[in-house]
Design a protein around this ligand. Structure first.
Ligand SMILES: NC(=O)c1ccc[n+]([C@@H]2O[C@H](COP(=O)([O-])OP(=O)(O)OC[C@H]3O[C@@H](n4cnc5c(N)ncnc54)[C@H](O)[C@@H]3O)[C@@H](O)[C@H]2O)c1
Ligand SMILES: [Zn+2]
Length: 357
């Protein structure tokens, strides 16, 4: 068992990582809550795969379990589904001394977590993430949200879970595109903080990767935990986690959500920016070539066909923009990154094809 403690004062919690943990979830949940009743929030795909096993483990430990299921996919991460979840929690008679478990990827985690944060002004919740994105990123750090018609994650709060239970074995059923999607974020962690992780990924490939999930997930969660401990409200250091995201979000939006996955956008965003910063002498020589190679090894894009000018309008709307400045995250060398505040007028200089424009 690998465990990571995340120290946030009264909001502290542990992340446990072990293959097969799903079937022992009941024992761990017992240590986290004295609730009698648990609402398990999941999407229909994950519920069909793992809902029965989780329920069995929880019931073996004496819980009264109610499952609340919504349709899988980002389209469900909205106010209408949230209203349905509130109704489901009311129908299940969940009280503030009960608890919510979110079982699934980032969508059940964000949507179910937001429901838990706001129903009855807050019901304790536990995350059981089932995608790579969720196991290395969204289940840790306490950001929960729903999308609004005007933008992704626009209604949300910071609400820390009581615990996070990660079973890497659940990744065996994850479609390969979601594996690569998640690896975009995993490679990002290597770039910003963890040269060892980056080099491990260089040595592995799609087939050998699964033997190393526990270690990979532990390293990613540790990085995120340490960063969040210093900056829970995302005002400074936590922005390092946005490496590749400024251009990545612009790519996702320029092509319309769903064409490129989030991880693919981040991958191209990291590669495009690093090519520029290396040319400017802000990044150690040779870094871009290694980054491109590792991204391509996991079928991730290193650029997109859209011209930089087509991406720019989407960048100037980035929510990380404050006034006339924008904070970019740049990689100085593999495993080392920093925040680089730039003037808005200089953005085109960082979003361009190296050697041209
Ligand atoms: N809160 C945060 O800090 C944070 C961070 C990163 C991403 N996010 C959010 O996370 C979401 C993306 O996460 P995601 O990719 O996990 O989305 P998701 O929850 O929609 O999962 C992707 C797909 O995989 C399926 N799935 C999940 N686990 C599976 C498994 N083990 N086997 C087979 N299929 C499985 C789901 O049913 C879904 O169809 C976005 O909404 C994003 O905004 C939040
Ligand atoms: Zn991301």
């Amino acid at each position: 068992m690998r465990s990571i403690h995340i120290d946030l004062g009264k909001d502290s919690y542990d992340i446990h990582i072990e293959k097969g943990l799903l079937d022992q979830a009941g024992q761990y949940v017992r240590q986290l809550t004295s609730a009698e009743r648990l609402a398990v929030i999941s999407d229909d795909t994950v519920d069909a795969l793992y809902g029965d096993r989780l329920q069995a483990s929880l019931e073996q430990n004496g819980y009264d379990v109610r499952r609340i299921v919504f349709k899988a996919g980002e389209e469900s991460k909205n106010m209408a589904s949230l209203a349905d979840l509130y109704q489901g929690l009311a129908d299940a008679d969940i009280t503030r001394s009960d608890a919510v478990i979110t079982l699934g990827g980032g969508v059940p985690g964000d949507l179910g977590g937001f429901a838990a944060a706001t129903y009855l002004r807050g019901v304790p919740f536990i995350q059981i993430p089932t995608t790579i994105i969720a196991q290395v990123d969204s289940s840790v750090g306490g950001k929960v949200a729903v999308d609004l018609p005007s933008g992704k994650n626009q209604a949300g709060v910071f609400y820390q879970p009581k615990g996070v239970l990660i079973d890497p074995e659940l990744l065996t059923t994850l479609p390969v595109r979601f594996i690569h999607d998640g690896l975009g974020e995993v490679i990002k962690y290597g770039c910003i903080r963890d040269k060892y992780l980056f080099e491990l990924l260089e040595q592995l490939d799609d087939t050998t990767l699964s033997e190393h999930w526990d270690e990979i997930i532990e390293r990613c969660c540790t990085i995120k935990a340490r960063i969040v401990e210093h900056d829970v409200l995302d005002m400074g250091e936590r922005m390092l986690l946005n490496f590749g995201h400024t251009i990545g979000h612009a790519i996702e939006r320029c092509y319309g959500y769903g064409y490129y996955t989030h991880g693919e956008g981040v991958a191209a965003g990291m590669a495009m920016l690093t090519a520029v910063t290396e040319e400017k002498g802000l990044t150690e020589a040779g870094t871009t070539a290694r980054l491109d190679a590792v991204l391509q090894q996991y079928k991730l894009p290193v650029t997109v066909s859209a011209a930089p000018q087509q991406l720019l309008p989407y960048i100037s709307h980035d929510k990380k923009k404050r006034g006339h400045r924008l904070t970019l995250v740049i990689m100085n060398a593999i495993g080392k990154s920093e925040l680089l505040p730039i003037e808005s007028k200089d953005i085109p200089d960082y979003v361009r094809k190296v050697g041209g424009e």
